[in-house]
Design a protein around this ligand. Sequence first.
Ligand SMILES: NC(=O)c1ccc[n+]([C@@H]2O[C@H](COP(=O)([O-])OP(=O)(O)OC[C@H]3O[C@@H](n4cnc5c(N)ncnc54)[C@H](OP(=O)(O)O)[C@@H]3O)[C@@H](O)[C@H]2O)c1
Length: 288
Amino acid sequence: MILVTGANGNLGSATLAALRARGAIATGGSRNPSEGMRRLDFDDRAGLDLAGVSTLVLVSAGYAEDDQVVERHTAVLDAAARDGVRHVIYTSLTGAGDHLGFAAAHRATERLVRACGLPWTILRNGLYAELVGGLLMWADDGMESAFGDGAVAAVARADLAEAAAVVAADPARHSGRVYELTGTPITTADVAGRLGVTHRSIGLGEYRRRLLDDMPGLLPFQPPMLVSIATAVRHGFLDGADSDLAAVLGRPVSDPLATAAAAAGAMRPGPGRTAAGGGLPAPTEALR
Ligand SMILES: NC(=O)c1ccc[n+]([C@@H]2O[C@H](COP(=O)([O-])OP(=O)(O)OC[C@H]3O[C@@H](n4cnc5c(N)ncnc54)[C@H](OP(=O)(O)O)[C@@H]3O)[C@@H](O)[C@H]2O)c1
């Protein structure tokens, strides 16, 4: 049986759906399992049970300080080795993302995966197009961002879910492989153009000020993490299109611009939604 963690999250639920669409026998693990899922909370080490699981799709459990994230991943990998899991697939971060504030937790987990004693596959996911679009800010007269003219090889989350399903359905074929799963490069101006609005670039200092002053709901690690995304995009570190995604999918990748524009458009001020706070989206909306 295949088990996908984070099954109520965006990537995990989409991966589970993609597996079932392929006719695979798969279930989900979640902190809040719905019927047929398994309870799986990486913060509850003693409660982890992976008996009967042949292939584990370990969706990274981010949104915390690195030490907590790595401790979570350590706990679930220990359980996998103990309970007889036969293959681990880990959803990591594109190699070009080493400048990002959350890269260390992914690289530390990759080391754990390689050392866990089980066959493994590492999926180095690019930045979600949904994230890129959701991080753009709305002003009264258009869009703003700290991304400058930088391009980012963003990728629709659905493509990453399908890639994870392809690998999980036939893991032996992908054993010991590290796949770079990025999309095609897009810029903020491209997104604004698709939405028919202007884009204005703001500096990193102004962006950080807005994060610290206008977004009191952000967790302490989030402003530096978000600024790290902005500086990496702005300075071209994430614009590479060298990707294994089309080969894994067996088809061209989806258009990330359409996905990013839809995410940005959904944040547009309207009835019940204002551009207050510098037009910054709520962190949960931007980061999910
Ligand atoms: N590449 C990118 O652009 C990008 C952007 C944002 C995040 N990420 C990373 O990719 C992961 C998946 O993205 P996503 O969009 O699916 O995020 P998401 O919708 O927020 O889902 C993350 C899921 O991780 C699971 N999780 C969190 N803490 C956990 C814990 N202690 N034990 C077990 N499961 C836990 C939860 O699943 P349940 O609710 O089912 O328990 C949560 O819903 C994120 O967690 C993050 O590490 C990547």
